[in-house]
Design a protein around this ligand. Sequence first.
Ligand SMILES: C[S@@+](CC[C@H](N)C(=O)[O-])C[C@H]1O[C@@H](n2cnc3c(N)ncnc32)[C@H](O)[C@@H]1O
Length: 311
Amino acid sequence: MTDLPLLADEAAAELRTLGDMIRWTVSRMNEADIYFGHGTDNPWDEARLLVTHALNLAWDLAPEWHTARLTRLEREAVLELVKIRIEQRIPAPYLTGVAWFCGLPFVVDERVLIPRSPIGQMIEQRFAPWWQGSLAQGQPDPRRILDLCTGSGCIGIACADAFPQAQVELLDISFAALEVADENIQRHQLQDRVVALQSDLFSAASGRYDLIVSNPPYVDADDMNSLPDEYHHEPELALAAGDDGLDLVRIMLAQAADYLTDDGLLVVEVGNSWPALAAAYPQLPFIWPEFERGGHGVFVLQARDLRLLNN
Ligand SMILES: C[S@@+](CC[C@H](N)C(=O)[O-])C[C@H]1O[C@@H](n2cnc3c(N)ncnc32)[C@H](O)[C@@H]1O
C-alpha cells in the first residue's frame, strides 16, 4: 500500500489552492492504481468529490473556485480523506456517506451496496417501452411495485419518485440494510407510500404487483475471487450468489409469476451472469435492454412468459 506523505511534508505544504489539491489527489490515485466504479469512473471526478466533501463544498463547483486558497486545517482534512481512500481502498460514497441514483441522494454506509444499477436508467424512462400500463384495469401507471433485495432502497424509492401514485414495498433479508433503507424512506419523506420489510426473497410479499424490480446478489464464484479491494467493503451477502451467480435468480423465476398482475413485468439485473442465465432457460424470451450510460445484464420478462415456465 502507498504510504502518503503527511501535510508536514514539504511537498504537501506547497498545495495551496483547491485546484492544487484536486490535481495532487488525481496524481496520487493514478500512482496507487485505484479502482473506480462506485459512483465515478475516472480520477478527476473522484478527486473533486473527495476534496469538495472534505471542504464542505458542493462537488460541482464552478472552475473559478479552483484558485481559492485553503487553510492549513482544510489541507489536513483533505489529505486525511484521500489517505483513507487510497490506503484502505474504501469506495468514496462510504467516505462521504452519500450516493446518487436517478438524480436522488441516498444515505449509504457499509451495511448496503453502493447504488449503481443500470436499472436506474429504466426507472428514469418509467420502464418504457416495456411497461405499457394495465389493459385489463385501464391503468397507465403501476399501482404496486416491489423492490426485491432492496439494500439502501434506491431502486424502490426511485420508482416511487417516478410513479407518484404507486405503493412500493422494499424487501431485504438483512436487518442492517433495512435500517439504511428506512433512513432513506424518511429522507425522501415517503413513509406514506413506501415500506421496508425483512424478507427472504418473497417470504414477506403479499398479493400481486405490477412491477417486480430487483438487483439481487449475482456475482459468481470466479468473479468473487477477482474483485478489486473496493468491493470487499460491501456486504458479501449483497454480492455472492453461488457458483454461477444464479442461486437467487432461479428462485425468483420460479416464484415471480405468483406475485405479478396479468400485465406485470419482472425486471432483474444479473450482470456478468447473463450468459449462464440465458443458457439455463432457453424457453424464456428474455429481453436484454441496452444502456446509454453503461451497464449490462438486465432482463425484462412479462408475467405471461413466466407462467409458461410453470406450466
Ligand atoms: C446487490 S445488493 C442490491 C441492493 C440494491 N437493490 C441496489 O441496487 O443497490 C443485493 C441485496 O440483496 C439482499 N439479499 C441477499 N439475499 C437475500 C434474500 N435471500 N432475500 C432478500 N434479500 C436478499 C442483500 O442483503 C443486499 O442488500
